[in-house]
Design a binder for this molecule. Structure first.
Ligand SMILES: Cc1ncc(COP(=O)(O)O)c(C=O)c1O
Length: 380
């Protein structure tokens, strides 16, 4: 049996999610835009899913729109805020996901001012720099900061950031792809204009996500077409993906506390075992402070063995990742690791956990890591 420690890249589907999706694929084949009974049945299922997502976020039903995932939701928030709300300046950070950073690059080419705030060695965004920057000039501003970093796990003090944005009249977008379903988010308590979620990060299917758009910052469609998603996103809906997303979100929220406890225990056990069994290990990000409990970024000392660590782990049946999924197998060039000043000569591996992982698996991983780092006859 392989050991899967790459849950920040994607999570395996829950059995319950597979069941509702298969039922949906079989039974809800009507086009939700059709007015006959089959269409109405499919439409009702989507609206029920929307209600589920809205309820857990304490949002209104009319503020949730299903998309193809985190990338689309983030693109939509940023590009449509510029197009529809007159935003001319975006304040963000250098450690955002590429779907945000590359969107910012293209908006900058169109004349939008982009300011990237400094981050410290743990990947914490400078809140004082945010406060200072947000007060400068009189441009309509959008702050876009990720709730948790997918490579190193560092968490943003989202509530504090939202208070600052409110105080200075800025819009707030947060890429919450790594935190929806893992941390409680209440948009009544924490005022955010746009947030994004992706089903495959909380045991739903790939290719399906959502965007929350606060009713006071309504956007126009990002994808033009039919009147789907209340005229906000053209294209026949991915019904099974949406139903699966809602089921996965329900399970993630209902079991959040005990999953969180279990995953945190497994992660802490991994930290302890690594420190006990391997030499010169470093942990990246705010790993013992405000961090995503699902992610542990570990740097190994430079050696010919460590260069092929990820490959050898893979051969031994362990799935982990370099920086992030997009750079799996080759973390060289991770913009996040270089922004926080990680020594590029060290080998960094991101291990990321779910409630399916156990301490027994950690024992096996640590034993194998020891072998990989110290044995001669492995690849490399
Ligand atoms: C922080 C973050 N934002 C956005 C995305 C993109 O989400 P999706 O894969 O649903 O497009 C990811 C996925 O890796 C992510 O980790």
């Amino acid at each position: 049996m392989r050991i899967y420690l790459d849950n920040a890249a994607t999570t395996p589907l829950s059995e319950e999610v597979i069941e509702v999706m298969v039922d949906c694929l079989r039974d809800l084949y009507g086009n939700p835009s059709s007015i006959h009974a089959d269409g109405r049945q499919a439409r009702a299922a989507i609206e029920k899913a929307r209600k589920t997502v809205a309820n857990y976020l304490n949002a209104s039903i009319g503020e949730i729109f299903f998309t193809s995932g985190g990338t689309e939701s983030n693109n939509m928030a940023l590009k449509c805020a510029v197009r529809d709300l007159g935003v001319t300046r975006i304040i963000s950070s250098p450690i955002e996901h590429h779907c945000v950073l590359h969107t910012l690059e293209s908006l900058e080419k169109q004349g939008v001012e982009v300011v990237l705030l400094p981050v410290d060695q743990r990947g914490r965004v400078s809140i004082s720099a945010l406060e200072k920057t947000i007060q400068q000039g009189d441009k309509k501003t959008l702050v876009s900061l990720m709730h948790a970093n997918n490579e190193i796990g560092t968490l943003l003090p989202l509530h504090r950031v939202s208070q600052i944005c409110e105080q200075y009249g800025a819009y707030l977008h947060s890429d919450t792809v790594q935190t929806t379903g893992h941390f409680p988010i209440d948009v009544e308590k924490t005022r955010i204009h746009f947030l994004s979620g992706s089903a495959h990060k909380f045991h739903g299917a790939k290719g399906c996500g959502f965007i929350y758009i606060n009713g006071d910052a309504m956007l126009k469609p990002f994808i033009d077409g039919g009147s789907q998603e209340r005229n906000m996103r053209g294209g026949t809906e991915n019904i099974a993906g949406i139903i699966g997303l809602a089921k996965a979100f329900e399970l993630a929220n209902d079991h959040m506390e005990h999953r969180r406890q279990h995953i945190s225990d497994v992660r802490q056990y991994f930290i302890d075992q690594l420190q006990e069994n391997l030499e010169d290990i470093q942990f990246n990000g705010d790993y013992d402070g405000d961090s995503l409990y699902t992610v542990l970024s570990v740097s190994f000392p430079q050696s010919p063995k460590s260069d092929l660590l990820l490959l050898n782990l893979d051969i031994m049946g362990i799935s982990a990742s370099g920086g992030s999924a997009c750079s799996s197998g080759a973390e060289a060039g991770s913009h996040v690791l270089s922004a926080i000043g990680t020594d590029p000569k060290r080998k960094t591996i991101r291990f990321s956990f779910s409630h399916n992982n156990t301490k027994a698996e950690i024992d096996q991983v640590v034993a194998k890591l020891k072998t990989v780092v110290t044995t001669k006859q492995l690849v490399g």
